[in-house]
Ligand binder design. Structure first.
Ligand SMILES: C[S@@+](CC[C@H](N)C(=O)[O-])C[C@H]1O[C@@H](n2cnc3c(N)ncnc32)[C@H](O)[C@@H]1O
Length: 377
């Protein structure tokens, strides 16, 4: 079980929100190049080797989960360690640790020195606790046994179309999350770092100088609001989320230095959305839900808006030529874990049209995401 995430200091917030992120076109060009090189290698190596890597995906998940859970990247911050030393520090079996580390090195996480000790490399930086854009929390979350058992239902789901997690465990993944503080902390850590990477780009993607109050719907602890309000000092914010989430948001907003400009409004977007803002944001919420729920959320957002006002929807960008596994895998996670789906710009536009909104600009974000602008008609 992971430890709860320690509260952030103002310096943590500033460091994490102000870290430079490479431009979208460079990230996307690198992802395309990686896919091209992989295809070129696949064309040359025997098929069994090319396919082997893919069907051993469960090994990848569990190896990275174990490294994340034991915080191996943090332990290696001081310098390289042997497998036996890592085992001693984590209370693990020495032989299994050595073999696990060798397997992790084989998939590009961590490095093995000439003397046999293990060290961090560029990729394992992403597994460090508190790293900007780090995915330690998600790596831990996605390897938990209930998640793996949900994935194992895919052959049946292919036949009956039923959701993985709900069918296997008899409850929604969000209910499981809410019932286990360690799992919830791992998910929150992953979600926060993914949001921190794009929050500054969201703040720069829209002419916020023309609005007065921004409402973040399902805004979590307020990371997007923090980026937007820090960049635009004239703005006020409304953070709308569940009572329990807003309880966790207070410390973050204080640390971000914007608590006095943000009104916390508890509630459910299935009931209503607060009025009184002149710009709304809903980030990576819609993809967690199926169409009937999304229609309800969009209608409730529209009911709070005046004609001409904007609802900004930062979410994953489905492109016909998927050059990263991120979006197709997220879509599968929607099916097998969360009960949601990724939607193409055309599908989103059609849903906007049915809920009194129309698609405006689509501004790309780093990491195969975009801000979809929905304008109230
Ligand atoms: C995937 S997280 C996204 C958080 C934030 N927008 C971000 O991108 O970092 C989904 C958010 O929706 C909130 N949420 C879930 N159900 C909700 C509801 N019925 N009403 C309001 N917020 C809800 C959760 O508490 C959580 O903060």
């Amino acid at each position: 079980m992971s430890e709860p995430v320690r509260p952030m200091s103002p310096a943590d917030v500033a460091r994490r929100l102000d870290s430079p992120v490479p431009p979208v076109f460079i990230v996307n060009a690198a992802l395309r190049l990686r896919r091209l090189l992989l295809r070129a290698a696949d064309a040359v190596v025997p098929a069994y080797l090319a396919v082997y890597d893919r069907f051993m995906g469960a090994a990848h998940t569990m190896l990275v989960h174990s490294a994340a859970r034991l915080r191996i990247a943090d332990l290696l911050l001081e310098g390289p360690l042997t497998g036996a030393e890592l085992a001693a520090r984590t209370g693990s079996d020495s032989d299994v640790m050595e073999r696990t580390m060798l397997a992790l090195v084989s998939i590009g996480l961590f490095r093995r020195e000439r003397d046999g000790r293990f060290a961090n490399n560029g990729v394992s930086k992403g597994l460090r606790t508190g790293a900007t854009g780090g995915v330690r929390g998600f790596a831990e979350f996605f390897g938990h046994e209930p998640v793996m058992r949900a994935w194992a239902r895919l052959p049946q789901t292919l036949q009956d179309g039923k959701k993985g997690f709900q069918e296997v465990h008899g409850r929604h993944a969000w209910d499981w999350l809410a019932s286990d503080v360690g799992v919830q902390a791992a998910f929150a850590e992953g979600m926060s770092s993914m949001t921190e990477v794009v929050a500054p780009a969201i703040a720069a993607s829209y002419p916020f100088q023309d609005v007065k109050t921004v409402c973040d719907v399902g805004g979590g602890v307020g990371i997007v609001l923090a980026a937007v309000l820090r960049k635009h000092p004239h703005l006020r914010g409304i953070l709308f989320d569940s009572e329990s989430m807003l309880g966790q948001a207070k410390d973050y907003l204080e640390a971000a230095g914007i608590a006095d400009r943000v009104e916390l409004v508890p509630g459910s977007f299935f009931e209503s959305v607060p009025r009184g803002a002149d710009c709304y944001i809903i980030k990576t919420v819609l993809h967690n839900w199926e169409d009937p729920e999304v229609y309800t959320i969009l209608r409730n957002c529209r009911a709070a808006m005046e004609p001409g006002q904007r609802l900004l929807v930062p979410d994953f960008l489905v492109v016909p030529d998927a050059f990263s596994t991120l979006v197709p895998f997220m879509d599968m996670a929607g099916l097998m874990i969360y009960s949601g789906r990724e939607r193409s710009p055309e599908r989103l536009a059609a849903m906007f049209a049915e809920t009194g909104l129309k698609m405006g600009r689509i501004a790309p974000l780093p990491g195969v995401q975009a801000v979809f602008e929905a304008i109230a008609v």
